[in-house]
Design a protein around this ligand. Structure first.
Ligand SMILES: [Zn+2]
Ligand SMILES: [Zn+2]
Length: 286
C-alpha cells in the first residue's frame, strides 16, 4: 500500500536507522568506504545541547501533571461506569471514535506548530515545550530512553482541564442530564485519554525491542500509530505525517496538502519562515 508521496526507498534512506539506534551499520560505512558519520543520534551536538536543557523545574511540572491526570482518569472512569446504560452504548461508541479522531488531529496540529514555528530561545515555552520536539528530530530514539514521567508529562497536562471539567459535570448535573449528554461525555473522555496517551504511543512507534504483544497487535492493525507509518515523518525536513496518536488522518491531510497550505498562509501573512529553528539545530554538527 502506498502510504505517502515519498517512496519506500526514500523513507528508508533518509530516516534514522531505528532498528540500529547506535548507528552500527552506518559506522561500518565510516570505516570501510566513506568518512560519513550518522546524521542522527545521541552523538549529535545539537541533540546533546538540547538534552542538557531538561531541568528539575520541568521535571516537577511533569510529575504533578502525571499524578493529577491519572487521579482524574480514575475518577471519571468510575463515574462513567456508574452511569452507563446499555441503550446508550452505540451513541457512546460512535462519540468515542470521534473523540479519538479529534485527538489524532490535535496531535498533528500541536506537533506541526511546535516543529514548524517558534524557537528554543522563546521565554517559558521555548525551553520547556519546544525543546523536546527539536531534540526528537536530531535523536529520535532518545524518547525510548525517557521514563514514563518525561515521556507523558506534557500530554497529561493537556488532558487535565478536560478530565477536570468532566468530573465537575458529573458532580453538578442531574442523572437525567448525564444520560442526555452521554455521547458528549464519551467523546470528551476518549479524546482526553488519547491526548494523554499520545506520546506513549509515539514512544512505542520508535521502540524496536521488548514491546508487549498487545502493543504490537494495536500497531499491526493500525489502532495506534504503527512504526513504519511514523517513520515517514522522520525524513528531513520533517514536513509531513504530523499526526502521532493513531495516524489515521495523515494520509488524507497529505492528499489535500493541508500542512503546506497552512504554512504558505502563515509565511505570507507573518513573514516567518517554516522550520527555521529546526533547521538551525540540525546544522549544529560536531
Ligand atoms: Zn516532528
Ligand atoms: Zn517520532
Amino acid at each position: 500500500m502506498k502510504m505517502s508521496l515519498k517512496s519506500y526507498q526514500e523513507i528508508m534512506k533518509n530516516s534514522m536507522l531505528e532498528e540500529d539506534p547506535n548507528g552500527n551499520s552506518e559506522l561500518e560505512q565510516t570505516f570501510t568506504s566513506t568518512k560519513k558519520s550518522p546524521r542522527w543520534g545521541p552523538q549529535h551536538k545539537g541533540a546533546q545541547e538540547l538534552a542538557k536543557l531538561y531541568g528539575p523545574g520541568k521535571r516537577l511540572q511533569e510529575i504533578i501533571c502525571v499524578y493529577t491526570c491519572i487521579t482524574l482518569m480514575i475518577i471519571d472512569l468510575i463515574l462513567i461506569l456508574k452511569h452507563i446504560h446499555f441503550e446508550r452504548l452505540s451513541v457512546a461508541c460512535m462519540s468515542a471514535i470521534c473523540g479519538i479522531i479529534t485527538a489524532d488531529f490535535g496531535s498533528g496540529l500541536v506537533h506541526w506548530a511546535a516543529d514548524t514555528w517558534g524557537s528554543v530561545e522563546l521565554p517559558v515555552i521555548g525551553k520547556n515545550f519546544l525543546r523536546p520536539f527539536r531534540e526528537h528530530h536530531l535523536d529520535p530514539t532518545s524518547i525510548t530512553r525517557h521514563d514514563f514521567i518525561e515521556t507523558n508529562g506534557d500530554n497529561f497536562m493537556v488532558s487535565i482541564p478536560i478530565l477536570g471539567f468532566l468530573a465537575y459535570s458529573f458532580n453538578t448535573k442531574s442523572p437525567q442530564d448525564i444520560q442526555q449528554d452521554f455521547g458528549w461525555i464519551s467523546y470528551l473522555f476518549l479524546c482526553s485519554i488519547f491526548v494523554a496517551m499520545t506520546n506513549q504511543i509515539h514512544k512505542w512507534s520508535h521502540t524496536y525491542w521488548g514491546l508487549p504483544r498487545w502493543v504490537l497487535f494495536l500497531q499491526q492493525y493500525h489502532i495506534v500509530l504503527p512504526r513504519k507509518h511514523h517513520r515517514i515523518h522522520h525524513v528531513a525536513p520533517h514536513e509531513t505525517y504530523f499526526c502521532i496518536t493513531t495516524g489515521w488522518l495523515n494520509w488524507p491531510l497529505e492528499k489535500i496538502r493541508f500542512w503546506p497550505t497552512l504554512e504558505a498562509v502563515i509565511e505570507y501573512s507573518t513573514g516567518c519562515k517554516a522550520r527555521d529553528d529546526d533547521l538551525k539545530w540540525a546544522k549544529k554538527m560536531t
